[in-house]
Design a protein around this ligand. Structure first.
Ligand code: ZN
Length: 419
């Protein structure tokens, strides 16, 4: 007998909102009503079930398999089955989490506290759970991809993206978190130990594969980066037809480092002139690219006369290298203009990783943990005094919510049985 590895069992859990525990227990005694309730719930979400690949009639009426119920801490769970493909779905009532003793209410408090910036350890203390349990919960949420969850919310795949890597540390090693964002939502949050173009292509490729699986005709039209070489190369490989632009803000911050050996006031003075130049080009209604090209030439000449040929030459070469990317940003008004939101998200996630160095064990669940954190970033509503208070990133971007309760939405959207 060959040692063929069993394929991992497909997670076909369905989190269903029964409104109250009493309703759930009452329905357990009535098979027909139970199935009807589950079907009505799925219909109200507008989701499809994950049938087996062979099932051509996916979505056909399902019936429960009689003896397939399991006890989880004394609770009876029912399974329902597709009569055509025999796919079995476990129906999880809204008041339990998959494979977990922790109640959704405890999880809600702990997740909102960790999302708000409290360390896993402190969240665990105030919610009376173990830090490891909270870590595992975030990893479990991260089993579902960001693309799957965001498209279930009705968000279209992003045509214009912002791609950037956060530099972080895992104990003493440098690590990178390749990220794809659009507006207020994160579409990809990966983990890489190298910043080579190959490693970044591998990470961004995870997003690309998930997106193409969802919509085979998906094409990125424009991507904005900081102009870092590996990122540019990886995006060019993955999205050959896309317009690649470089952030102007990043360019502004880079200028002083091109003026080696000059005094700080001189460098800052030139930076502020460069700022005015970029700002004026952005404000123009037409011929923005032509205007920028002209002004860059004049500015390099100005630097050469003001502080020396050598500096003028260095800045001119730098402009030469990057200008195509800057032009791309100015030429297409739909290109993402600001990366402030992504920077904020990166910093918050980095603080979280920093606070939990102990969990960077070789068990290699970093991807799942990071994806879980990104789900929280996308789905937890903004706090009371924020702009868009009470809404989460998905809502601000025009996505649909299954229910008004973010924790329940998180449970439903990360269920493996929905398509
Ligand atoms: Zn089926």
């Amino acid at each position: 007998m060959g040692q063929t590895a069993k394929p991992p069992r497909q997670n076909r859990t369905l989190t269903v909102d029964f409104h109250s525990e009493t309703t759930y227990f009452a329905l357990l005694g009535n098979t027909k009503a139970f199935i009807e309730c589950v079907l009505a719930f799925i219909l109200s979400l507008g989701f499809q079930l994950t049938h087996k690949a062979s099932c051509s009639e996916g979505g056909r009426l399902t019936r429960h398999s009689h003896d397939a119920r399991v006890r989880l801490g004394g609770l009876i769970l029912w399974r329902i089955q597709c009569t055509t493909c025999k796919a079995v779905f476990t129906v999880l009532p809204h008041f339990v989490l998959r494979y977990r003793r922790m109640s959704p209410n405890v999880a809600r408090q702990a997740l909102i506290a960790t999302h708000g910036g409290l360390s896993l350890e402190w969240c665990a203390v105030i919610c009376n759970i173990s830090p490891m349990a909270l870590y595992r919960l975030v990893c479990a949420l991260g089993q579902q991809s960001l693309v799957a969850v965001l498209t279930r919310c009705g968000l279209p795949l992003p045509v214009y993206i912002l791609a950037d890597e956060k530099h972080s540390r895992c104990r003493t090693d440098r690590v990178y978190l390749p990220t794809i964002a659009s507006g207020r939502v994160i579409w990809h949050l990966g983990y890489s130990e190298s910043q080579s173009a190959a490693a970044l292509t591998e990470s961004y490729g995870v997003f690309q594969r998930a997106a193409l699986k969802h919509k085979p005709s998906y094409r990125v039209q424009g991507a904005r980066t900081d102009g870092f070489d590996s990122t540019t190369r990886s995006l060019r490989t993955l999205f050959p037809g896309a317009r690649l632009g470089y952030g102007l803000r990043h360019a502004l911050n880079k200028l002083p480092s091109k003026l080696i050996g000059l005094s700080a006031p001189v460098r800052m003075g030139l930076r502020s002139q460069f700022h005015t130049l970029l700002y004026r080009c952005r404000q123009r209604r037409s011929l923005r690219v032509v205007a920028l090209g002209q002004r860059l030439r004049h500015f390099a000449a100005h630097i050469a006369t003001a502080v020396g040929q050598e500096h003028g030459e260095r800045v001119r070469n730098w402009f030469q290298d990057k200008k195509a990317g800057w032009y791309a940003v100015l030429a297409d008004p739909k290109m993402p203009a600001s990366s402030t939101l992504l920077d904020q998200a990166h910093n918050a996630i980095d603080r979280k990783l920093f606070m939990m160095k102990g969990f960077h064990h070789p068990g290699r669940r970093q991807e799942a943990f990071l994806t879980g954190l990104a789900h929280l970033y996308n789905l937890i509503p903004y706090q009371r005094r924020a702009l868009n208070a009470g809404q989460c990133g998905v809502e601000v971007e025009g996505g649909r919510w299954p229910t008004p309760d973010w924790m329940l939405n998180l449970q439903i959207l990360t269920s493996g049985g929905f398509r």
